[in-house]
Design a protein around this ligand. Structure first.
Ligand SMILES: [Zn+2]
Length: 239
């Protein structure tokens, strides 16, 4: 294999990697759709939990107020009987005051009871709206999830094929080039740097400026050269 073929192979491998990156991006985007939907669901579930907890509180309050009103009614009845049975001015005054107090309490408890009922009534539409949303959401999510799974499967297969192709192209290269390239891949996504002949040319990977002698060596195409700064493979680029 001559040096031109080595360059061609390496460039092909890097371009395959670029394509793999694009397919990986598609997978990431698809997965992001699911993550976004899951976030939306989480927010709605939190809202639902808050409303549910609030309604439980209102119902407890309502139960307590019902008992209070029930007892209040009994107290009023009792005070009315006491008033009817009062046989002195003092007893009458006491019974009247007592009745007045019970009536005031009853009125205030009844108002609170009415408010509690109203609060429950006002919370219910929100609760059923969210329940409906979550029900619809589950169906939509499952649909989108199966779409995403199909795309991811398709992309994974394409990536596997591309990886195989890249491997087979690399297998054709001399052992030392394979070794060098694989070593660079551990650190760099793009192990190749294209180098022109202009005087101020520098490595696009590590930004080190090349010596004139390095540039000439690269463009003489006698052997594969690497960047003195980062070790990436230098490919002569005519521009
Ligand atoms: Zn470099």
């Amino acid at each position: 294999m001559n040096i031109h073929e080595i360059f061609e192979n390496l460039i092909e491998i890097q371009s395959i990697f670029k394509t793999i990156g694009q397919h990986q991006l598609t997978i990431d985007e698809e997965n992001k759709r699911l993550i976004f939907l899951k976030c939306q669901e989480k927010i709605k579930l939190q809202e639902k939990n808050e409303i549910d907890a609030q309604i439980i509180c209102y119902k407890k309050e309502l139960d307590e107020l019902e008992i209070k009103c029930f007892n209040g009614e009994k107290n009023i009845e009792k005070s009315k009987l006491a008033l009817a049975a009062a046989n002195s001015k003092f007893h009458m005054e006491t019974a009247t005051n007592q009745l007045k107090l019970f009536q005031e309490n009853y009125q205030s408890d009844s108002q609170s009871l009415f408010l509690a009922m109203e609060k429950i009534e006002n919370s219910t539409p929100g609760q059923s709206e969210i329940s409906q949303f979550l029900k619809n959401f589950n169906a939509t999510f499952l649909e989108i999830e199966s779409e995403v799974k199909l795309v991811v499967l398709r992309e994974d297969n394409i990536i596997a094929e591309l990886k195989k192709r890249a491997e087979s192209v690399l297998d054709n290269c001399p052992d030392q080039i394979q070794h060098l390239f694989k070593g660079l891949l551990k650190n760099y996504k793009n192990p190749l740097i294209f180098v022109g002949l202009e005087a101020n040319a520098s490595c696009q990977g590590c930004f080190q400026r090349f010596e004139r002698s390095t540039l000439e060596m690269v463009h003489s195409k006698k052997a594969v050269q690497t960047c003195p700064g980062c070790g990436r493979i230098l490919i002569p680029h005519n521009n």
